[in-house]
Design a protein around this ligand. Sequence first.
Ligand code: ATP
Ligand code: MG
Length: 259
Amino acid sequence: MVSLALEGVEARYGRKQILTDASTPEIEGGMLTALVGANAAGKSTLFRRIAGQLRGAGRVRLSGAEAGDLRYMPQDTAMSAALTVYESIILALKQGTGGWRLSPRELAAVDAVLHRFGIDHLAQRQLPELSGGQRQSVSIAQTLVTRPKLVLMDEPTSALDLYRQYEVLEALRRYAEETGAVVILALHDLNQVMRACTTTLALAEGRILATGPTLEVLTPALIRRLYGIDSRVERCSRGCPMMIVDGPAPHPPGQQVGT
Ligand SMILES: Nc1ncnc2c1ncn2[C@@H]1O[C@H](COP(=O)(O)OP(=O)(O)OP(=O)(O)O)[C@@H](O)[C@H]1O
Ligand SMILES: [Mg+2]
């Protein structure tokens, strides 16, 4: 089984320190983990730091996988290359391998990932001609075609319609379960997080404020501290936990820890 832990991780842009001390216990693979936090809290920065695109103090400890098993899907996925969707997935699969010949197994992997993310019908379309949601689906397929053991996805459902949000989160959940991979998703929709993610990391003030089972982390007190929003977490008529927004909290975020 794969696991990831952060020990005092720091990150900065020039002299601007974004992460001061991000630490987590072991984040286990085999299920989805959410990374939540306000705009500009440092979620994308943390992903870049884990992916080795930024340097800084602290340790990113990965067990059961190599650094090369990591795939990071950035928040903005521009696709200007004159390639078909099919070619772009082959490119993602073969990148860094030094060859372009595809084995029958690799061809099957390309077909499987297209199917898994419901984009078989886009295989022969040119990347620049895709809609925003289609591009996001292709980007997810490119990220997973190598079957990575550590997956960091930055807001992977932000451009998707309701049906595809559900489908993609379900497919990611199954992927994590089948492969035992650590899959961390930066998400803003807390109801999505409650439905799909077993574990949640909450990022604010340059560090991870809370880590644990999603429902234990996403309390109204923490939601107020992260976003400055008063909310309730209640069970719907079918017994599923839902977050209901009441409005802005009387104190700005970070000033008053929930009581
Ligand atoms: N390349 C950069 N150079 C300088 N500052 C940056 C750079 N990228 C991000 N920042 C700053 O770092 C802080 C954290 O940004 P980051 O993109 O990590 O936030 P985020 O939590 O991903 O936010 P969002 O929810 O809006 O995506 C912000 O104040 C941002 O302005
Ligand atoms: Mg971001």
